[in-house]
Structures are given as structure tokens and as C-alpha cells.
Write a protein that binds this ligand. Structure first.
Ligand code: NAP
Ligand code: ZN
Length: 348
């Protein structure tokens, strides 16, 4: 079969302007699916990567790992999907499929190394290119089904922001009787509030200002505090079983640890490019833990999509055209987004 030529938005080097160029997606292998991408969310990780903040970026880079579209063609041995199906692709496009983590559905921790949707080399050594693109070819194991009740535009951010917050909330058992704090009300945070609430936890939101209070309460928060007020930290001392940190910058970790109960856990999904600092005494004095979580496995991603449809959970999005991506990056950096930009790929 022929290769699939596709237009993309690519960054030639770190922090450079986006260019509309074209690339070739590989010809379909027996288990491959060709997807016509309809919408692609803008994750803050796209910005960390395109700006070279995490080091070692592969350029030119086509970011995008919140992909929603429609199946355009399938390989000869595909069984899960047919042409016309509404599907999604998230942060990963391949893994070994055989190691203990792949076998238990946690492909993100594949011992051979999970293949990221962009800014990575696949097992053949070819660079991967992400969702700011008209088409993508992905092996069926990494494609999920988008429930009928979710529009493709609101579904796209669930493929990263949704699963990245759903997975740790499930893993650390956010639920009835648990006091959970969500730090940062951005793309990830505003979904985390909805999941923690739907799972039955008592949800407190910690945002820098009071600006997002009404919306956070409408997402299901029970309490809301501004972290710009130092009194917040004394008021909430020893309060939470779980704090989910979605912030893209370094925080005063000791101040956040002080709000955990004995045995409480601070889980980081926010991923600033520079190291955090904290005192071990903040852990020792309350047998507290600091942890991290990486997106989520494919089976859990499907579960998250179905859970979102069942509980009417959806991101609040602003749909933009392909020529607004640069402007959108600037607005994300200024936290001027409510709460996720989604590129309408038909404008590319
Ligand atoms: P986002 O939309 O920019 O949201 C981040 C939020 O953090 C902002 O809305 C803001 O909330 C808060 N914030 C920003 N700068 C801050 C600062 N200097 N001090 C305190 N708070 C600040 O970003 P996102 O797309 O949700 O992504 C958040 C982070 O998660 C990024 O670092 C991203 O790379 C990472 N991420 C990790 C994974 C993973 O698997 N672990 C997956 C996806 C994304 P308030 O205005 O409410 O304070
Ligand atoms: Zn992401």
C-alpha cells in the first residue's frame, strides 16, 4: 500500500514558529489504522516539548497527543475497528506488548520503552509525529473508541488530560470518605475536579487566585482556596489524604506537604523542567509520600472515556484554527485559557 502524505504543523527547532509542511505517514501494516484527525487538543506538555524545556527534543517536531478522529482505512488484520469508527489516540503509539507492565495494561511503563506519539523514535528508529496533522497511522492496540455521546472536539483533551488525572485518582483510591485536593485549574486540573467529584471524594481546589472559583464549584468542587493567601496553608494544615498537583511550574513543596494528613500522598502529574526542592522532615513528620503518575494505560483510557460519557464529564474547550496555535501557546503560558485549546484540523 502507498504511504500517506499529510499536512502538519511542525516546529523546525526549539521555540521556533510553527510551519505548515507535509510529511509521509507509513504505509499501512496489517494491524495499522489510518485516522483522519478531526480535532487535536493543546496540552501544556506540547509547549514544554516544543520549547525544548524537557531537553533532547527531536526536531522538526509535530506536537499533539490529544487526537480525536475517524477511521479512514484499516490494515488487513485489524479486527477492533472499521472505516467510519470514531476513535482517539493519546500519548503513546507502541510498546513491546510482552513485558509485565504491558501485560497488565500499563503500557506507559513498558520495559522496552513505550513509544510516545511525538518527539520520539519508534522501534524502527523513525521519528514519531503527533496530532497537529490531518492523518496519523497507529497500530490498533493504541487506538481507543470514542463513545457516541461525546463530540470529537470535547473528546480530544480526554486522551491526555483526562486519563492523566483519572488514572492517579483511581490508583490512590479517591472516593467516598477521602479528602482530595486538586492543585491548579488548567487543562488537567479542571478535569481532575470532575473525576474526583464523580468518584465520590470531598474535593478541594487550590488555585492561585479566586478567579476560577465559580467555575471550579460548577465542576464539582466542594471547597476552593487561593494559594496566594498564605493563610490557606495554615487553615488546611493536615487536611488531605491526597493532593493531586497539576501545576506546570515548581511549587513550594513543603507548604503543600504540610496540608497532608498522616500517610497522605502528594501526587505530581505536573511536570516542570526544573527539579523541585523539599525537606525530608515534611515527609518524616507525618509518614507522608511524594509520588508521580504518567498518563495511563490503554485499557484504562477506554475505561476513562466510558466513565466520562456515563457521568457527563467533558472538558470546557475553546476551538481554534491552525493559524492560532502560536497565540494559544502564549495564552496557555499566561493561564489565559478556560480550560483547553482544541485545534480544528479542518483548518490546517
Ligand atoms: P495548563 O492548562 O497550563 O494548567 C496548569 C495550571 O497550573 C494553570 O492553569 C495554573 O492554575 C497553574 N499554574 C501555572 N503556572 C503556575 C505557577 N507559576 N505557580 C502556580 N501555579 C501555576 O497545563 P496542563 O495542560 O493542565 O498541564 C499541566 C502540567 O501537567 C504540565 O506540566 C504538563 O506537562 C503536565 N502533564 C503531565 C502528564 C503526566 O503524565 N504526568 C500528562 C499531561 C500533562 P491556576 O491558575 O488555577 O493556579
Ligand atoms: Zn498531554
Amino acid at each position: 500500500m502507498d504511504k500517506n502524505k499529510t499536512y502538519v504543523l511542525s516546529v523546525p527547532s526549539a521555540k521556533a514558529a510553527f510551519e505548515r509542511t507535509n510529511i509521509e505517514r507509513r504505509a499501512l501494516r496489517p494491524l495499522d489504522i489510518l485516522i483522519d484527525i478531526k480535532f487535536s487538543g493543546i496540552c501544556h506538555s506540547d509547549i514544554h516539548s516544543a520549547y525544548g524545556e524537557w531537553g533532547g527534543g527531536i526536531f522538526p517536531m509535530v506536537p499533539g497527543h490529544e487526537i480525536a478522529g475517524v477511521v479512514a482505512a484499516v490494515g488487513t488484520e485489524v479486527t477492533k475497528f472499521t472505516v467510519g469508527d470514531r476513535v482517539g489516540v493519546g500519548c503513546f503509539v507502541d510498546s513491546c506488548g510482552e513485558c509485565e507492565y504491558c501485560l497488565r495494561g500499563e503500557e506507559q511503563f513498558c520495559t522496552k520503552g513505550v513509544i510516545l506519539t511525538y518527539n520520539a523514535l519508534d522501534y524502527d528508529g523513525d521519528p514519531t509525529y503527533g496530532g497537529y496533522s490531518q492523518k496519523i497511522v497507529v497500530t490498533e492496540r493504541f487506538v481507543v473508541r470514542i463513545p457516541e455521546s461525546l463530540n470529537l472536539d470535547v473528546a480530544s483533551p480526554l486522551l491526555c488530560a483526562g486519563i492523566t488525572t483519572y488514572s492517579p485518582l483511581k490508583h490512590w483510591k479517591a472516593g467516598p470518605g477521602k479528602k482530595v485536593a486538586i492543585v491548579g485549574v488548567g487543562g488537567l486540573g479542571h478535569l481532575a475536579i470532575q473525576y474526583a467529584h464523580a468518584l465520590g471524594a470531598e474535593v478541594t481546589v487550590l488555585s492561585r487566585s479566586l478567579n476560577k472559583k465559580n467555575e471550579a464549584l460548577s465542576f464539582g468542587a466542594d471547597h476552593y482556596f487561593a494559594t496566594s493567601d498564605p493563610a490557606t496553608f495554615t487553615k488546611l494544615s493536615g487536611r488531605f489524604d491526597l493532593i493531586l498537583n497539576t501545576v506546570s511550574a515548581n511549587l513550594d513543596v513543603d507548604a503543600y506537604l504540610s496540608m497532608l494528613r498522616v500517610d497522605g500522598t502528594l501526587v505530581n502529574v505536573g511536570a516542570p523542567g526544573t527539579p523541585d526542592q523539599y525537606s525530608v522532615f515534611s515527609l518524616i513528620m507525618g509518614r507522608r509520600s511524594i509520588a508521580g503518575s504518567l498518563v495511563g494505560g490503554i485499557q484504562e483510557t477506554q475505561e476513562m472515556l466510558d466513565f466520562s460519557a456515563q457521568h457527563d464529564i467533558a472538558p470546557k474547550i475553546e476551538v481554534i484554527s491552525a493559524d492560532q496555535v502560536e497565540e494559544a501557546y502564549g495564552r496557555v503560558l499566561r493561564s489565559d485559557v478556560r480550560y483547553r485549546f482544541v485545534i480544528d484540523i479542518s483548518t490546517l
